[in-house]
Design a protein around this ligand. Structure first.
Ligand code: FPP
Length: 253
């Protein structure tokens, strides 16, 4: 599905050749953690870590395109991140606009489609505007789906799904007897998307932090101590390679 265009063409490494063989995860979700620690280690302000983290996003997008991943979902801002100092919140919520300002032309050129999950309503106007523009500009693209989780929280997502579902039952659009896992998942932000096959979390933390709780039911997890700003093309390919070696049984034998 993802098309390779000249910009992304690089000489293939052995791992990349192997990755292309088969069993590449269709949907990869990433909890990009460790920006603050990366900055602290260098005596830099936390915001410098987030800025470096943004640059890594573009590198990883290129790898995802090259490795034929279909969907890349990135946890960019959680509903809990509002608890950070205002200056950091403002900076984090400015990053989508900055990222798209720099990279949208390359993303368009390479057939990447931008989407988001999360509650966009309460985000700053400039963030919403930049994201809306990018979505419009890329809506017909059918290469990599780059899906930013912005003001995303899984419990909130599930609660709002239940609210809408009950409304639909009240208005007889849906009956309780018809409700099953498939129908429920259509009320989530991720409606229409396959569940992640692989979840990556960086920086040594091994928890979900309210990310895609429903959607990760059968996902393979991959953790690394590498801090997000140090996450490289090679580390990503190692995660993809390790995924290829896993046997998924979905509760069967
Ligand atoms: C967690 O690290 C990271 C975040 C809360 C933000 C992640 C955002 C980016 C990587 C940039 C996003 C880019 C775009 C294009 C939207 P942390 O700050 O909690 O790190 P720490 O645990 O070391 O303090």
């Amino acid at each position: 599905m993802s098309m390779k265009l000249p910009f992304f063409k690089t000489k293939k490494t052995k791992v990349e050749e192997e990755n292309e063989l088969d069993n590449i995860p269709k949907h990869v979700a990433i909890i990009m953690d460790g920006n603050g620690r990366w900055a602290k280690k260098r005596g830099l302000p936390r915001l410098a870590g987030h800025k470096e983290g943004m640059e890594v996003v573009q590198k990883i997008v290129k790898t995802a395109v090259n490795c034929h991943v279909d969907i890349l979902t990135l946890y960019a801002f959680s509903t809990e991140n509002w608890r950070r100092p205002k200056s950091e919140v403002d900076y984090l919520l400015g990053l989508p606009k900055e990222f798209l300002h720099i990279y949208l032309p390359e993303l368009i050129e390479n057939n990447v489609k931008i989407e988001t999950i999360g509650n966009m309503d309460v985000l700053p106007g400039h963030t919403k505007k930049a994201v809306r523009y990018a979505k419009e500009k890329t809506e017909d693209n059918d290469g990599l789906l780059l899906n930013f989780a912005l003001n995303y929280g899984s419990r909130f997502e599930i609660i709002q799904a239940i609210r809408r579902l009950v409304t639909d039952i009240d208005s007889s659009k849906l009956t309780l007897d018809n409700l099953d896992e498939h129908i429920f998942s259509e009320y989530l932000y991720t409606t229409g998307l396959s569940d992640p096959d692989l979840l990556i979390r960086t920086s040594g933390e091994q928890r979900l932090s309210n990310f895609l709780l429903w959607q990760l039911a059968y996902t393979e997890f991959w953790f690394t101590d590498v801090l997000w700003p140090d996450f490289s093309d090679e580390t990503f390919k190692k995660a993809l390679y390790d995924y290829q070696q896993r046997k998924r049984r979905y509760g069967g034998v």
